[in-house]
Design a protein around this ligand. Structure first.
Ligand code: CP
Length: 307
């Protein structure tokens, strides 16, 4: 693997499968009475989150602690960022304290690439603007493979705010590289130009898109990234693109319903679907810990999980 994990494009299909296989072993650690191994003892991980996060930040921290790393979280709202310090200066000052990893979430696409150029620490992208969220795509692939036993040949339909979604981009890169048939569905105003060049079938008809799907992945409407009216109203959006029990019935009988979170219930997904029998949404969250343990372990270049 490369020094940093900035995007799915950094990984070959063999490396993706190696991370998924390693995550299987890491998950077993989480099922023990003592959920801790000394693999990253003596390593320091700084979690630097400039955007809000519940799942990613918490699961990275749990993953780091399960691997015995020394871990600390920079509370950006209480840091010198508020005094005008740039991302580069903040990173260089953290770097001066010689951490081994910096896990970065930032509103600007490419923020991880900037840190990668100026830091010796290993950089893990925990979501950069509308660009990529590689560990989310890896945990999504782990969850899909667990249920379907394969990824190649599956029809995976991604529905929602495609334009602003880093989860879409990372999932498209990962799933197409492993041979899935990827569909993307949303209102014309929220379909990015050039999606077809990534090997994705774009549709503005949800009924067409979900027909015979193996996997339906819902995306959040990201109002915080919208500068203008992309949908007439949230009520109309739900009527046209919201995932309902009736729409799920058009997919394969063993379809799984995914969502990276946080969900807007009643906007992109009905509660009956989010909490229903096909939903694997909380499994995705649980799998995030094992997958992030695997990423940390493999980037550290270690060879043993046990001791
Ligand atoms: N899926 C995800 O990135 O969730 P958080 O924003 O809560 O980390």
């Amino acid at each position: 693997m490369k020094k940093d994990l900035l995007g799915i494009g950094d990984l070959t299909p063999d490396e993706i499968y190696a991370i998924l296989d390693t995550a299987e072993a890491m998950r077993e650690i989480g099922q023990r009475t003592i959920k801790k191994v000394p693999t990253l003892r003596g390593k320091t991980v700084v979690n630097l989150f400039y955007e809000p996060s519940t799942r990613t930040r918490t699961s990275f921290e749990i993953a780091e602690k399960r691997l015995s790393a020394d871990t600390l979280n920079i509370a950006v709202a209480q840091s010198s960022v508020l005094k005008g310090e740039t991302l580069a200066d903040t990173a260089l000052n953290i770097e001066a304290m010689q951490p081994d990893f910096i896990v970065l979430r930032h509103a600007s696409s490419g923020a991880g690439h900037l840190l990668s150029r100026i830091c010796k620490s290993r950089i893990i992208n925990a979501g950069d603007g509308t660009h990529e969220h590689p560990t989310q795509a890896l945990l999504d692939a782990f969850t899909i493979r667990e249920h379907k036993k394969r990824i190649e040949g599956l029809k995976v339909v991604i529905v929602g705010d495609l334009l602003h979604s880093r989860v879409l981009r990372s999932n498209v890169l990962l799933l197409t590289s492993l041979g899935a048939e990827v569909w993307a569905c949303g209102p014309p105003t929220l379909v990015p130009i050039g999606l077809d060049r990534l090997g994705v079938r774009a549709s503005t008809s949800i009924d067409e898109a979900v027909a015979d799907a193996d996997v339906i992945m819902m995306l959040r409407i990201q109002q915080e990234r919208m500068h203008g009216a992309f949908v007439p109203s949230l009520r109309e959006y739900f009527t046209t693109f919201g995932m309902t029990v009736e729409r799920v019935a058009r997919a394969k009988p063993d379809v799984i319903i995914m969502h990276p979170g946080p969900m807007n219930r009643g906007v992109e997904i009905a509660s009956e679907v989010a909490d229903g029998p096909y939903s694997v949404i909380l499994e995705q969250v649980a799998n995030g810990v094992a997958v992030r343990m695997a990423v940390l372990y493999m980037l550290a270049g270690e060879t043993e999980t046990e001791n």
